[in-house]
Design a protein around this ligand. Structure first.
Ligand code: NAD
Length: 498
């Protein structure tokens, strides 16, 4: 059985804790590998290695740091297909989708190739007589990223790129469910020229996370995962005096106005709700048609499209989506369907009994559609993270806005309309971090920042784009005078510039 250890100081190291997690192929249910679950001592060792090598990296000028990223991007692109297949084998998303996962990560690495520009400070000359004032962006030291199973390439790269660009050393604690791609990315970083020890990968669970949260040499924590864990990590990191940004779960709504192109909206919904088996933090899980006529038209369009969806293995090129991550998660999603029925929602497409011939041990979930879901139901309020779409009908536009704004989560939302006035009003009043106008999954590009509001995010700076540079660096402001002419006398009042 393949064993996955940790990656520290540029080499693979065996786990010492004696604890292991199992890695499965969700398409077949077959066990692929065992991953070491780190103990506190192993985490401490990775942090001390990172601390030892951080200064060496910080001394490399930003242009040369960027050259390492350029080479890394070239190497990742060269083996993108193989990486995508590896990713799919542990995650279960179809290979075309894994290619997108990697691509969105690469784009952040391309963004940080602009490190010399991104790290520019500010300068004012002669703010007072002979006095200049300037600010510098400096690294924090050792920083850590804790990432979820659903984007095992993209999210580690979203953390890693900006953290390294700013001159930090970085510890990654990827999801214990699909760690092979992050481990390969670490190897490629070394191949690209990153000094050893600057980027270490520690595999593990709560024990490793707690060790990072409590380690005095870890200055910042970037977390992505479910809301309860995001809330926990944020509170612990803050209590221990660390900088933290913690991104949580989601419940994303698409509002469909009566004037929308219903065919276009339905197509967008199908991809956004069922793509990647609904295991995306930006998946649309609630459709909010405005008015009964819109709701009926949407429902009629959706049903045949959902029934035609092809579910297959992650390597099936004809599949629209593959299995979910684990047997436990499959049971949890099925459980939500039972809950929805008990709560009185109308299950109009029932995918619970779907089985893929020849792959009976795989974790496949058929597509489900609920209608007449109210905002009091658990299937509305809780993140299901599976191929399940709920229709929550709104009487009018104001009602739709209130539904979206009343939701505890605030990651993404979108509106389908032909009316610019409505779209503009929606984007201004809606209390959600990322908004799409006739765009179903409005994930910002690498040079903008990504982040939700409310229970989808804890902390005040977002991922990638300019915010990521602010998060992974700290500002120092210098006031400098080179005396000339007369000697200064002692001053006892607060200095003000003449
Ligand atoms: P998860 O919260 O179970 O795990 C995330 C990370 O936290 C993993 O590395 C895991 O090992 C660690 N962890 C798990 N339990 C822990 C505990 N008790 N204490 C400390 N650490 C713990 O999330 P997941 O199932 O891997 O990922 C899916 C979730 O991530 C969904 O809720 C999804 O919406 C969310 N997500 C959010 C974003 C975003 O940007 N907002 C992006 C992707 C995924």
């Amino acid at each position: 059985m393949r064993k996955i250890g940790h990656f520290v100081t540029g080499i693979h190291v065996e786990g010492k804790s004696g604890r292991f997690g199992n890695i499965y192929n969700p398409s077949t249910g077959e066990k692929l590998a065992e991953v070491s679950i780190a103990n506190r001592e192993e985490v401490n060792n990775a942090v001390s290695q990172a601390k030892e090598h951080q200064q060496e990296w910080a001394q490399i000028n930003p242009q040369n740091r960027a050259r390492v990223f350029t080479e890394f991007v070239r190497l990742v692109n060269k083996e993108k297909k193989a990486l995508a297949e590896l990713l799919s084998s542990e995650h279960g998303k179809i290979v075309a989708d894994s290619l997108g996962d990697i691509q969105r990560g690469i784009e952040v690495m391309e963004f940080v190739c602009g490190a010399p520009h991104l790290l520019k400070g500010e300068f004012n000359s002669n703010v007072g007589s002979g006095i200049d004032m300037y600010s510098l962006r400096q690294p924090l030291g050792v920083v850590a990223g804790i990432t979820p199973f659903n984007f095992p390439a993209m999210i580690p790269l979203w953390k890693l790129g900006p953290a390294l660009a700013c001159g930090n050393a970085f510890i990654l604690k990827p999801s214990e469910k699909d760690p092979s791609v992050p481990m390969r990315l670490a190897e490629l970083m070394i191949e690209a020229g990153l000094p050893k020890g600057v980027f270490n990968v520690i595999n593990g669970d709560k024990e490793a996370v707690d060790a990072l949260l409590e380690h005095p040499d870890v200055s910042a924590i970037g977390f992505v995962g479910s809301t309860p864990i995001a809330r926990y990590v944020y509170s612990q990191a803050c209590a221990n005096g660390k900088r933290a940004q913690c991104f949580g779960g989601a419940k994303n709504h698409m509002v469909i106005m009566p004037d929308a192109d219903i065919e276009q909206a339905a197509n967008a919904l199908i991809g956004a709700a069922y793509g990647s088996a609904g295991e995306r933090c930006m998946a649309i899980s609630v459709a909010v048609p405005v008015g009964q006529k819109t709701a009926e038209a949407l429902r009629e369009k959706l049903i045949p499209k959902i029934e035609k969806l092809t579910i297959g293995t992650a390597v099936d090129e004809a599949a629209d989506y593959g299995p979910v991550i684990s047997k436990e998660h499959l049971e949890k999603i099925r459980g939500y369907i039972d809950i929805g029925i008990e709560e009185g929602a109308d299950l109009i497409v029932d995918g619970r009994d779907f089985r893929l011939n020849g792959y009976e041990n795989g974790y496949y979930m058929g597509s489900c559609l609920f209608d007449n879901v109210t905002t009091r139901m658990r299937i509305y309020k809780e993140e299901i993270f599976g191929p399940v779409l709920c229709i929550t009908r709104a009487d009018n536009y104001e009602d739709a806005v209130n539904i979206v704004n009343g939701c505890d989560f605030g990651n993404g939302t979108s509106i389908y309309t032909r009316d610019g006035d409505t779209a503009r009003d929606f984007s201004s009043r809606i209390m959600i971090g990322m908004v799409g106008i006739n765009v179903p999954i409005p994930v910002p590009l690498a040079y903008y920042s990504f982040g939700g509001w409310k229970a989808s995010s804890f902390g005040d700076l977002n991922q990638h784009g300019p915010d990521s540079i602010r998060f992974y660096s700290r500002l120092k402001t210098i006031t400098s005078r080179w005396p000339h002419g007369k000697k200064e006398q002692a001053a006892f009042t607060l200095p003000v510039m003449d």
